[in-house]
Design a protein around this ligand. Structure first.
Ligand code: ADP
Ligand code: MG
Length: 292
């Protein structure tokens, strides 16, 4: 089969891994760099740049800042009769929006850290006075541990908010939440029916346990409770492949931090010793569909 991997982040290690696994399985695989996307419609003909080669199936992955291009891309692939994975990418229209996802989690009854949302700074300053410290401040559209800060007092929170106000960050993109003094920071990777769980240990001096920030990982025995919660979390967002961040506090209570739409696989391969990329690829091949 001919497989095109369409991404705005061709340098991501996962993309190379997927390509390599596809080739190993006997497919023809190529990466289409979508970071500089444009198209024209002239004399009734759509011309796309970058050109999408003759292909049976497209894996759209890691579009991040190019999410808005996914709509025309999806329509174009449909017009050529090319199967696409993942289809949910079209219904979401975003790859990272923590605010959007937290709202879905909350209203699905999934435990998340106490959280404050506002459309104006006044309300955020008011919340800052009432909340517990230490607390966390982060912004909606980032990943891999970037732009996540711990503040130890209301004074520090006010400073952090003022800084964002000065930088014209929209208040509705700011997440302030309680800090969970976690015992374990877990990542649960869900690929269809399969589930993998690892513990992430932050680098010394950091509270953020992201693998991409150099944290270490180890296999963690998943419990039925973690399994059930992760399953409910991804269902509430409407994904079938996702990475769920689960915190376990000192009393064993669970909370969900976020659901990653494009979960990394390299860390999980390290923790489990399994070929997760191959499992992802097989799932993608068997679930790719011509868009409706
Ligand atoms: N409320 C919180 N309490 C404790 N740790 C947190 C909290 N929010 C974030 N962290 C730490 O920072 C890491 C990254 O935060 P997360 O919300 O998952 O954003 P990202 O998309 O950058 O991974 C988490 O895995 C966790 O280790
Ligand atoms: Mg995370």
């Amino acid at each position: 089969m001919k497989i095109s991997i369409i991404t705005s982040n061709p340098k991501m290690e996962e993309i190379e891994r997927i390509k390599a696994e596809a080739q190993k399985a006997g497919h023809e695989a190529s990466v289409v760099d979508f970071s500089n996307f444009h198209y024209s419609y002239v004399d009734g003909k759509v011309t796309f740049f970058p050109e999408i080669p003759e292909t049976d199936m497209a894996i759209i992955r890691g579009m991040f800042s190019a999410m808005r291009s996914v709509e025309p891309l999806g329509q174009y692939l449909k017009s050529r009769g090319i199967k696409v994975f993942d289809n949910s990418i079209l219904s979401h229209k975003y790859s990272i929006n923590k605010v959007f996802d937290i709202t879905k989690l909350i209203f699905s009854g999934i435990p998340v850290p106490d959280y404050y949302h506002a459309r104006g700074y006044e309300a955020l300053f008011a919340y800052a006075k009432t909340m517990k410290y230490p607390a966390i401040i982060k912004t909606a559209g980032t990943g891999k541990g970037a732009a996540i800060y711990m503040v130890k007092s209301v004074e520090e929170m006010n400073e952090a908010l003022k800084l964002r106000q000065k930088e014209n960050v929209k208040p509705r993109k700011i997440i302030i939440q309680n800090f969970i003094d976690y015992k374990y920071d877990l990542r649960v990777l869900v690929i269809g029916d399969k589930m993998y769980c690892m513990r992430r240990i932050p680098k010394t001096g950091d509270f953020r346990a992201n693998f991409s920030l150099g944290g270490s990982v180890e296999l963690f025995p998943i419990t039925p409770e973690i399994e059930d919660l992760s399953r409910r979390a991804i269902k509430s967002i409407g994904l079938d492949i996702a990475g769920v961040d689960v915190l376990v506090d000192k009393n064993g209570r669970l909370s969900i931090l976020e659901v990653n739409h494009t979960p990394g696989m390299i860390g999980m391969e390290e923790a489990t010793g399994e070929n997760i990329t191959k499992i992802y690829l097989d799932y993608a091949i068997s679930h790719a569909k011509i868009l409706e």
